[in-house]
Design a protein around this ligand. Structure first.
Ligand SMILES: Cc1cc2nc3c(=O)[nH]c(=O)nc-3n(C[C@H](O)[C@H](O)[C@H](O)COP(=O)(O)OP(=O)(O)OC[C@H]3O[C@@H](n4cnc5c(N)ncnc54)[C@H](O)[C@@H]3O)c2cc1C
Length: 566
């Protein structure tokens, strides 16, 4: 039988991703002893944020102003609420969305100045060309960003993590922060209704590199008593069965084959562990997965997929070759497009484009797919405005079997059908004549110079924004323009990523039970807390709000815990 070691500290933080690092360093900086536990080796410190693109939703920033973008808190909150579609009563402090709404209001405020000043003081900087994610395309009160707000961190995810890792090392040297990898929390200790510590399995040492799967052999056990426990364990995206079981029936069926946009550590197990100790989970059916995943040619974790960050010009076709309805254009409404696909029961969808669009508009999410921004390499960065695809995109176009090429629609359709092994009798067979007609109809709209097709109109409108014109949106020309050829079709798969629901928390990040009462001794932050309140995003997200949500919830929790222990 294994013996259980015991330990005593002030605060235990479960999970060393961005939210856990912010919470742990914040409490330790206030003079409290903190133990920060993670099931992965210390090599994976930083969790998902290290892999992230480092995009932050910011409002009214100097970067926006320099580009002539006018933005403010009122506009951003309107966009947020139009996307979130919080349940009735949320704004009046009623119902399960009341805390999510309160967090949303506070987060939009935080994003409009305080967040940037705080990070800037820590040495974080941003790529000056603000990007326009989730353009929406619905009516004014609906989903989407009215203006560009996606600020890519100089150094991407690793650049954002840098100051918090530096703080962690300083606090470690000062004896206030004890970081322990290979410790998986298996239960919370509850004494007289208060959370008073954790029990953790000690996992066998592992030489797994960052993000790689690590073994789960248990070699010991430790019980750590503490006055406060902060759950920062992330979402559920790596457990596809869990994702499937939470996917709302009204949104159809997720395909049998999906890609993982998160490392295996995003397993969601800790959420059930917290629930067993009395914490309530809310909005578990709200998720933010992407329809634009492609298989990574150099996988790090199981089923590793990469998300395409598309510009607006590609045609988006369902598995049978039909166009997705307006406004489900690339980069406009990720969840709307995903639900269209799952309601049809499709296993995949397609982008159809040409070489010029591929070179101008295709970008890939993730730090390792953006070596110029991650490595702060100005010479490489210049490639983004020069002719030709940037290196990682060019590599996918060459190496990935999911990129099909054709001189004309007939050749393209043949390649698409071969890739998915579809015969004319099958669902998921793309008819060559129908494809040629779809492309011709679109091209006639472009040739008209004006047009009624809302995608063609929106694409032309996007080019009024300098950044889009210079580096993100191809000039409006027919897809079949010979000098822009060949044609490409890219097979897109569903890629799991973010969990929008989670542990219900109040505005101090304290966990709540099923009756809405505080669970004494327990806090939750980051994705585990639905980025605040168990669902700060409501039903849809505006992008760049996840890293920001980790920063904000981590900071609020640190202050709340430090205040309670004072
Ligand atoms: C490729 C990629 C690109 C992204 N790009 C962006 C972007 O540009 N902008 C944006 O806003 N967001 C982006 N995101 C999302 C964002 O990075 C994540 O939502 C965020 O980093 C989650 O942080 P977290 O601290 O909540 O959880 P995580 O980073 O998942 O960390 C949780 C940690 O808890 C540990 N853990 C779990 N259970 C236990 C347990 N029982 N015991 C001990 N440890 C446990 C895990 O091992 C993990 O290390 C991206 C994500 C990815 C993967």
């Amino acid at each position: 039988m294994r013996s259980t070691r015991t330990l005593e500290t002030d605060v235990v933080v479960v999970g060393a991703g961005l939210s856990g690092l912010v919470a742990a360093t914040g409490v330790a900086a206030a003079g409290r002893r903190v133990v920060l536990l993670d099931q992965e080796p210390v090599a994976s410190l930083g969790g998902q944020a290290w892999w992230s693109f480092g995009g932050l939703f910011m409002v009214g920033s100097p970067e926006q102003r320099r580009l002539g973008v006018s933005d403010d808190v009122a506009l951003a909150l309107d966009d947020w609420c139009g996307s979130a579609r919080f349940d009735a009563g949320a704004a009046d402090g009623v119902g399960p969305d009341r805390h999510g709404y309160a967090w949303a209001k506070a987060f939009v405020e935080f994003s409009s100045g305080e967040m940037r000043r705080w990070l800037h003081d820590k040495g974080v900087r941003w790529f000056p060309l603000v990007q326009w994610a989730e353009r929406g395309g619905h009516l004014a009160g609906g989903h989407g960003n009215t203006v560009p707000r996606f600020h890519v961190t100089w150094g991407t995810g690793p650049g954002l993590l840098e100051p918090f890792v530096r703080d962690a090392l300083d606090l470690h040297r000062a004896g206030l922060l004890d970081v322990r990898g290979r410790h998986r929390v298996s239960s919370l200790v509850v004494t007289d209704g208060r959370v008073t510590g954790v029990r953790a399995e000690v996992l066998a040492p592992s030489a797994a590199g960052r993000g790689e799967p690590s073994a789960r052999d248990v070699v010991g056990e430790v019980e750590i008593s503490a006055s406060a426990v902060v759950v920062a364990s992330g979402g559920i995206g790596a457990d596809h069965e869990l994702v499937r079981s939470r996917w709302p029936a009204s949104a159809g069926t997720l395909p049998a084959r999906m890609l993982s946009g998160v490392p295996g550590s995003t397993d969601g197990r800790m959420l059930a562990t917290a629930a067993r100790a009395g914490a309530a989970l809310v909005h578990e059916d709200r998720m933010w997965h992407y329809p634009e995943g492609i298989t990574n040619h150099s996988p790090v974790w199981g089923r590793h997929g990469i998300r395409i960050l598309p510009g607006p010009s590609s045609l988006w076709l369902d598995a049978d070759g039909g166009r997705l309805p307006a406004p489900l254009f690339p980069g406009f409404d990720a969840l709307g497009a995903l639900q269209h696909i799952t309601r049809r029961g499709d296993s995949h969808s397609w982008f159809v484009l040409n070489r010029t669009i591929l070179e101008t508009e295709l970008a890939l999410s993730g730090s390792e797919q953006n070596p110029d921004l991650t490595g702060r390499d100005l010479r490489l960065l210049a490639d983004r405005v020069l002719p030709g695809a940037v290196g990682p995109v060019a590599r996918f176009a060459e190496a990935s079997p999911e990129f099909v090429r054709g001189r004309d629609a007939a050749e393209l359709a043949a390649g698409m059908n071969a890739l998915v092994a579809a015969t004319p009798e099958d669902r998921g067979h793309v008819d060559a004549d129908a494809l040629a007609r779809t492309i011709a109809l679109r091209d006639d709209q472009v040739r008209s110079g004006l047009g009624k097709d809302p995608q063609v109109v929106a694409t032309a409108a996007a080019r009024r924004f300098l950044v889009d014109r210079v580096m993100r949106v191809a000039p409006p020309r027919p897809l079949t323009e010979p000098s822009d050829g060949p044609l490409y079709a890219i097979r897109l798969s569903v890629l799991t990523r973010k969990t929008l629901g989670g542990l219900h928390t109040d505005t101090s990040a304290r966990a709540l039970d099923g009756s809405g009462e505080v669970v004494p001794g327990l806090w939750a932050v980051g994705e585990a807390a639905g980025f605040g309140g168990g669902g700060v995003h409501g039903h849809r997200a505006l992008e760049g709000t996840f890293l920001g949500g980790c920063l904000f919830t981590g900071r609020v929790a640190a202050r709340s815990v430090a205040g309670e222990l004072a």
